[in-house]
Ligand binder design. Structure first.
Ligand code: SF4
Length: 876
């Protein structure tokens, strides 16, 4: 790899399903310079703040470098012999249903393929599921019901040709920023109209023509109303409907819909229907707000019904469009990495499909029924039905609903293997065997993005220590289990060829996923493979699905489904009166094992929070910066309150990213009930019921340090900074001896102390120094601490003599809270530039400071600062 030190490597961003191409240039010292690939069709050179910061997420800190058994480092032979023996033993003694794999949409297609083949074809179990179950299983189920297979009909180019784009349950501006920027560019060029349907006001609403703030879970009622209005308005496409069954039943259900349950004004709904009806080309983008619901599959079909009935599908600028959360959720679907799928969109419960795959693999045993989906898989681990469980690149002890119960289940399971990059996750801590896996920049393979484009991910760095690619670990385990020939893989290219050849069987059955045209790639062809959208069969490349009205049900017709609105599963009562919506924030990814390493990504929202409406805050006596305690029948959480009308009265929103490593009291999925959609098995992560109250701490604190801290208090949240770490703290018992507490927190028993106390106000400020340089500082008060956090976060390691004031001197700049992560521009810098430069628009701010000129996801924050500067007293 040394020879490759200066060579640019073309690869793919490992975060969201947009699937942006990146150019990686190794610096020869373990680092990478990262740029957007101008030739990649998904992003054409653009990257969002997360993609741009990829180079800051590398490094060996926390890396798992050797296999471990019961916490002791060992060699690969010992670890994998044990894994192979325990899985074989479980199958022999308790049957194939006694084992389980839980995978991740972060895995490459080749990794996924080997895992699925090993589990379904050789171990004989379908108990293989993935965190994609939490992400888009409802879309898979909805597609299969309507189209006969899991086909995403649209492409990103459709976003540039649509007259109207409807975002349903998707904060695209933050979660798929590059796609959102493509939409805004189209809006600029051709006046595309934009509607956002979301109970919460998000950054995606800033540029929207209309925001329908519907009640959580009422999407089916809205789209049923739309379907009835389309019929009444004469907007159905009789010609296209010749290819569609079920119109009458779907309309009967639509006529029965009560639009009042949406909570929207009749005029708002009418305006939306009018917009839809008048737009010749409509794309409906939907994401987790649709999928993560106990009626997620019905919501998907309610959307698909409207597109099928109007023929707004299979044409440029038209179609329903599910955007996936993870980089390779689509690849996982293609290999059949879910418990109810086979491979290449073939059906596990179809005996002809099963027999064909069994013959292709030379498999000794194939399950005939669907296996346990994620929620049931962990229930089985907890009640002793599972004897061996292998978790790969995911952190279910944090991310599954009822996370405390899942954590206990993993601990209970007789034998748990975790393959990961780091041992410092809530799940890895529970494993019997830890296997060191290669990380994103060290792996070779392919991923498929939301518009079916297969891209190569290429290794730019060597794996450190003993780390190995997942396909290699899984294949080695398969060989040790006794299936040497079936798992004799030498490279990801070999696996890809096999996967592509298998897809030819799907093509022979008349299914959509056929990439058999790629099965003859040589190793060098594979190495040089350019992004390509499937299908790529021997007779067909690309093209548009459903343009010819041909679908994948046996009669080749699509199906409209009669769907009726059902409220979220858990009903609110006096004890749990709030609806909790969970989701992502702009600059973090999943459980922050990577993005949490980049200081600039942690600077945007450095602490877990819950958004609460001003009326609810007033009723509960919650003031700005207070802490909130949330409780549900399944757990508790403490979070910082953000009082905002972005959420509706009775609703709360909290992010999903914090873990036992970063803020133990903010593991939000401890609160969420494991209620699932009856068709897809996807949990309802957007509408848990909770109680909320102000949490009164005896003391609050803010700390900075040049090294990790060891907080032991009721509430803490720690993040990276450029100079070390920062933490928010609070405790219910009094702090007591502040100096002793600080020395324990910072593990600095003998550093020099500077201290200032104001006993009348209960304030203590202290700094620990060495050789005149600040090592750490702690500020405590009986109420939330008022100091300049962004200024203090930059002081560890410096000679800041005035640190105990907590604010910068008049001649020192204070950038304020980070707004633009791409160019590291803070709110104070922007406000000052607005004031001194007379800036009037987001574009003016961009021209002056670059802020907002890259990924664009901070433009709404800049607009808010401009508004604040224009009416300074309103902000006070
Ligand atoms: S939009 Fe951002 S996170 Fe998503 S793939 Fe592109 S660069 Fe990565």
């Amino acid at each position: 790899m040394a020879g490759a030190a200066c060579q640019e490597v073309r690869s793919t961003c490992p975060y969201c399903g947009t699937g942006c191409g990146v150019l990686l240039r190794p610096d020869g010292a373990g680092g990478l310079a990262v740029h957007g690939d101008p030739d990649h069709p998904a992003n054409r050179g653009r990257l969002c703040s997360k993609g741009l910061a990829l180079g800051e997420t590398l490094g060996l800190e926390g890396r798992l470098l050797a296999p471990r058994v019961k916490g002791q480092e060992t060699d690969w032979d010992t670890a994998l012999d044990l894994v192979a023996a325990r899985f074989r033993q479980a199958v022999e003694q308790h049957g194939p249903d006694s084992i389980g794999f839980y995978l991740s949409g972060q895995m490459l297609t080749e990794d996924y393929y080997v895992a699925n083949k090993l589990m379904k074809g050789f171990l004989g179990s379908a108990n293989i599921d993935t965190n994609s179950r939490l992400c888009m299983a409802s879309t898979v189920a909805g597609h299969k019901r309507a189209f006969g297979t899991d086909t995403v009909p649209g492409t990103y180019a459709d976003l540039e040709e649509a007259d109207l784009i409807v975002l349903v349950g998707s904060n695209l501006a933050w979660c798929h920023p590059v796609l959102y920027q493509r939409i805004l560019a189209a809006r600029e060029n051709r006046g595309t109209r934009l509607v956002v349907i979301d109970p919460r006001r998000t950054a995606s609403c800033d540029q929207a023509d209309m925001h329908l703030k519907l009640r959580a879970g009422s999407d089916v009622a809205l789209f049923n109303y739309l379907l009835a209005a389309l019929r009444a308005g004469g907007a159905l496409d009789a010609e296209y409907l010749r290819h569609v069954n079920g119109l009458g039943e779907a309309l009967d259900a639509a006529y029965a819909a009560d639009a009042a349950v949406t909570g929207l004004e009749g005029s708002e709904i009418a305006a939306f229907c009018e917009l839809w009806m008048r737009a010749e080309k409509v794309v409906t983008i939907f994401s987790q707000g649709v999928n993560q619901s106990t009626s997620g599959t019905d919501k998907v079909n309610a959307i698909l019904n409207c597109h099928l009935a109007t023929g707004r599908i299979g044409k440029p600028g038209c179609g329903p469009f599910s955007v996936t959360g993870q980089p390779n959720a689509m690849g996982g679907r293609e290999v059949g990495g879910l418990a109810n799928m086979l491979a290449c969109h073939m059906d596990l419960e179809n005996s002809r499909h099963r027999a064909a795959v069994q013959e292709f693999w030379g498999a000794p045993a194939m399950p005939e029924r669907a296996g346990l989906k994620a929620v049931d898989l962990f229930r089985a681990a907890g009640d002793g039905r599972l004897k061996a469980l292998w978790i790969i690149h995911t952190n279910p002890a944090v991310t599954m609903p009822e996370a405390d119960a899942v954590s206990a289940a993993i601990k209970t399971c007789e034998f748990t293997v975790v393959s990961d990059v780091t041992a410092a996750t809530d799940t890895a801590r529970l494993a019997d065997v830890l296997l060191p896996a290669a990380a994103w920049a060290e792996k070779d393979g392919t991923v498929t993005n939301s518009d079916r484009t297969i891209s190569r991910q290429r290794a730019a760095l060597p794996p450190p220590g003993e780390a190995r690619p997942d396909w290699d670990i899984l294949a080695d385990a398969g060989r040790r289990m006794g299936w040497g020939a079936a798992f004799d893989y030498q490279s990801p290219a070999q696996i890809f060829r096999e996967h592509a050849a298998l897809s030819g069987l799907a093509g022979n059955f008349g299914l959509d996923f056929d990439i058999s045209g790629l099965s003859g790639l040589s190793d060098s062809d594979y190495e040089g493979l350019r992004p390509v959208r499937w299908p790529v069969s021997r007779s067909r490349q690309g093209g548009r699905f459903f343009a010819d009205g041909q679908f994948f049900h046996p009669d080749r017709k699509a199906r409209m489904l009669p769907v009726r609105c059902r409220p979220p599963a858990a009903s609110q009562d006096r004890q749990y009166p709030f609806r909790l919506n969970t989701g992502r924030i702009r600059d973090q990814w999943h459980t922050m094992t990577r993005t949490g390493k980049a200081p600039r990504l942690s600077a945007h929202l450095a602490e877990p929070f819950a958004d609460i409406h001003p009326e609810d805050a007033r009723r509960l006596g919650v003031q700005p910066a207070d802490l909130l305690r949330l409780s549900s029948p399944h757990g508790q959480a403490i979070l910082r309150a953000r009082i905002t009308a972005d959420v509706q009265p009775g609703d709360l929103f909290a992010p999903i990213h914090w873990t036992g490593e970063t803020a133990p009291s903010a593991r939000i999925d401890t609160l969420v009930a494991a209620a699932t959609d009856p068709v897809s098995g996807q949990p309802e992560s957007k509408a848990a019921v909770v109680a909320a109250e102000r949490w009164q701490a005896a003391w609050y604190g803010f700390a900075v340090s040049c090294r990790p801290m060891a907080p032991r208090t009721d509430y803490w949240a720690m993040t990276r900074t450029k100079t070390g770490y920062r933490a928010e703290l609070a405790g219910s018992p009094p702090l007591g001896d502040a100096e002793a507490a600080a020395r324990a927190l910072f593990a600095m028993p003998d550093a020099e102390l500077q201290m200032m106390t104001d006993s009348s106000r209960g304030i203590t400020r202290l700094a620990l120094c060495r050789d005149g340089r600040v090592q750490a500082a702690l500020f405590t008060a009986p109420e939330p601490v008022a100091v300049s956090r962004d200024y203090l976060a930059g002081l560890p390691g410096t000679c800041a003599s005035g640190i105990l004031t907590g604010v910068p001197a008049a001649d020192q700049p204070d950038p304020g809270p980070l707004v633009c992560a791409c160019f590291s521009v803070g709110a104070s810098t922007i406000l000052q530039a607005i004031e001194t430069g007379g800036l009037l628009s987001v574009a003016d701010v961009g021209a002056a400071l670059q802020a907002g000129t890259n990924c664009g996801s901070c433009r709404s924050d800049i607009a808010a600062l401009l508004a604040r500067a224009a009416v300074p007293h309103a902000a006070e």
